[in-house]
Design a protein around this ligand. Structure first.
Ligand SMILES: CC(C)(COP(=O)(O)OP(=O)(O)OC[C@H]1O[C@@H](n2cnc3c(N)ncnc32)[C@H](O)[C@@H]1OP(=O)(O)O)[C@@H](O)C(=O)NCCC(=O)NCCSC(=O)C[C@](C)(O)C(=O)O
Ligand SMILES: [Mg+2]
Length: 356
């Protein structure tokens, strides 16, 4: 581990100063596209107008014989596109693959000034982040970059979950962590065959009513990802970085996708991945606090004055801790409203209504 005094020092001569704070920018959906797929690439300029983050994916879901095409595609898309306020991220190939070194060298030197975040898959421990950290510093220096690239880890190995706290704090570049449920399930030898979401077999059942063990016993499906998401959220929060739910593979099931995203939102995640255009609006809706919640939170903050003591509002006790929760909701709402006039208007209308 680096000495605390050296933690924020650049890891290569000429590399930019690593960040002390992760910039707060909307990232409700990280929209994946394959930059080597012409149809998807053609949609990027339009998608840039409606997504918080666009991610050019080079890893899984890109065929082995299309890796170079995806990398080259991302370079030309990044150079040709005006992304406006939308962030451009990439997911490079895994550190044990034959492609990752060229991914990093090419992307940082060619389009390092356009990229915000590099997502690193299958991170096992802090050592993987340290490797990428030093390499990025060397490449940033070579490219003459003035803004440091940030790093995002995917939590998709049993070892990664066991080491999630040290991964989250491994470098000042760490921007966030996403759940990778498919690889994680395989790594853990779980017996599921899905990409995220629930499973009808993972359930609890009410007690039997009499001798009959089959009649009248309701079952409740449980969330396979609760433990991992909660642990990831804590690891991120304690290190000042951002947690994300990952992919929901059943594109057709927009209802369960919304549920899974909302569970993650309520537990503390700031966004999720969208794999198909249909999932963009789901993430936007779920990861923006509802106008009613924002109005309520603003009211609690106003009535709590200096934020100490206890008051009763509509039969509910509010105190120092509940006002802190309300501030979390209002801060997020204000950040999102600053770039989304429609959302700002909805929040103000709900606030006026609750006041009248
Ligand atoms: C699911 C697929 C195959 C369905 O693709 P499709 O073409 O069959 O779907 P469609 O409904 O027919 O598509 C309609 C139109 O939308 C386009 N389109 C479709 N998707 C996109 C997109 N994402 N971005 C931009 N455009 C898109 C598509 O090209 C088509 O264009 P057209 O109208 O001109 O013909 C396709 O959506 C896709 O490939 N999505 C991305 C998949 C991906 O990135 N997977 C990797 C992330 S998940 C993962 O890695 C796991 C993890 C974390 O590692 C771990 O848990 O371990
Ligand atoms: Mg994966």
């Amino acid at each position: 581990m680096r000495s605390p005094k050296d933690f924020f020092a650049p890891l290569a001569v000429g590399a930019p100063q690593p960040p002390r704070q992760i910039p707060v920018r909307p990232s409700r959906m990280i929209h994946f596209f394959d930059p080597g797929n012409e149809k998807m690439a053609a949609k990027v300029p339009d998608l840039a107008k409606k997504t918080d983050v666009l991610l050019g994916n080079l890893e899984d879901a890109v065929r082995a014989d299309r890796k170079e095409a995806a990398r080259a595609g991302l370079v030309s898309i990044a150079k040709a596109t005006d992304f406006g306020r939308t962030q451009l991220w990439t997911r490079v190939n895994s550190l044990d693959s034959p492609w990752v070194l060229d991914d990093l060298i090419t992307l940082v030197t060619e389009i390092g000034d356009k990229l915000d975040v590099i997502m690193v898959p299958k991170v096992e421990g802090a050592q993987d982040i340290h490797y990428v950290d030093r390499l990025l510093a060397q490449l940033e220096a070579r490219a003459g970059l003035t803004k440091p690239l940030l790093v995002h880890a995917i939590l998709e190995t049993a070892s990664g979950v066991a080491n999630v706290e040290e991964i989250a704090g491994a470098s000042p570049r760490m921007q966030g962590i996403s759940l990778g449920p498919a690889d994680l399930a395989a790594s853990r030898r779980m017996k599921t065959t899905r990409v995220g979401g629930g499973h009808p077999g993972y359930l609890v059942r009410t007690d039997p009513i009499g001798e009959d063990l089959t009649e009248g016993r309701t079952t409740y499906q449980q969330d396979l990802w609760h433990y991992t998401v909660a642990r990831m959220v804590d690891a991120c929060a304690m290190n000042g970085i951002l947690p994300y739910y990952g992919p929901f593979g059943d594109i057709r099931d927009v209802v369960a996708c919304e549920d899974q995203f909302r569970n993650a939102f309520l537990l503390g995640c700031v966004g999720a991945w969208s794999l198909h255009p249909v999932q963009i609006d789901i993430a936007k809706k779920v990861f923006s606090p509802s106008p009613a919640d924002v109005a309520w939170a603003r009211r609690v903050i106003a009535e709590m004055g200096d934020g100490t003591g206890a008051v009763m509002i509509d039969g509910k006790m509010q105190d120092d801790a509940s006002v802190k929760q309300c501030r979390v909701v209002v801060e997020l709402a204000d950040e999102l409203a600053a770039t989304d006039p429609e959302l700002a208007a909805a929040y103000d209308a709900a606030t006026k209504e609750i006041q009248s």
